[in-house]
Design a protein around this ligand. Structure first.
Ligand code: SF4
Length: 211
């Protein structure tokens, strides 16, 4: 199956969905976005990267803000940076680099976003891409990411789940978890308040529906 141009979703939505499907729905269905210090710093960092155009450093050519698309996974977006590394036989191997403001996270959401960029580049350029990197602003270090089969599988499942969520148009109820404390939408989502209400409502509905 391939998607049409009208059905493409933002690559960044995969990162939001992998972090929390409700966060993804709040941003991409309900268009809620809370610009706080953290997100503003992240946005400025991305804008600075995208302001540049291209450069060459020895055996590496660097492209900034490269448009991306995959009809297979139904994705569209932009790569912060794609390095093209010259191989021994003279070919150029793409190596996507995503810029993040914070530090490496325990979950896979940043890696899924990067892998989705690689899948787009592979489809667009018809070349295999074995790896990329995520640059974290807080640690000022690059984390190398290998696009193993398991990460590719996770990325495909995340893309499918994100498409299903966005086409449903339904925002899932909140579930308060540890991740909520680092979520930029916690003030809008109110997981402790609404989460409790929706579980009470669900409980009452189950009682009413019971024979
Ligand atoms: S506060 Fe928690 S439940 Fe709400 S969107 Fe953020 S991570 Fe998801």
């Amino acid at each position: 199956m391939t998607y049409s141009d009208d059905d493409l979703i933002m690559i960044s939505a995969l990162q939001h969905y992998a972090f929390c499907p409700r966060q993804c729905a709040l941003i991409h269905i309900e268009q809620i976005w809370d610009e706080n210090l953290m997100t503003a710093e992240g946005r400025i960092m991305h804008e600075r990267v995208h302001e540049q155009d291209r450069e060459s450093r020895g055996q590496v050519r660097i492209e900034y803000g490269l448009p991306l698309r995959s009809l297979r996974l139904g994705l569209v977006g932009k790569a912060d940076v794609v390095e093209f590394h010259r191989l021994e036989k003279g070919a150029w191997e793409p190596f996507p680099v995503e810029y993040k403001r914070g530090k490496p996270k325990p979950d896979h959401c940043d890696m899924i976003q990067l892998c989705a960029q690689a899948v787009c580049l592979e489809e667009m350029l018809s070349v295999p891409i074995p790896g990329g990197a995520i640059f974290y602003g807080r640690t000022r270090r690059r984390l190398d990411v290998s696009f193993e089969d398991s990460l590719r599988q996770e990325t495909e499942e995340t893309a499918k789940g994100t498409h299903d969520l966005l086409s449903s148009g339904i925002t899932p109820p909140p579930v308060y978890e540890k991740r909520c404390e680092s979520c930029s939408l916690i003030e809008k989502c109110l997981p402790k308040t609404i989460g409790k209400k929706s579980s009470v409502k669900g409980y009452l509905m189950r009682i009413i529906e019971e024979p």
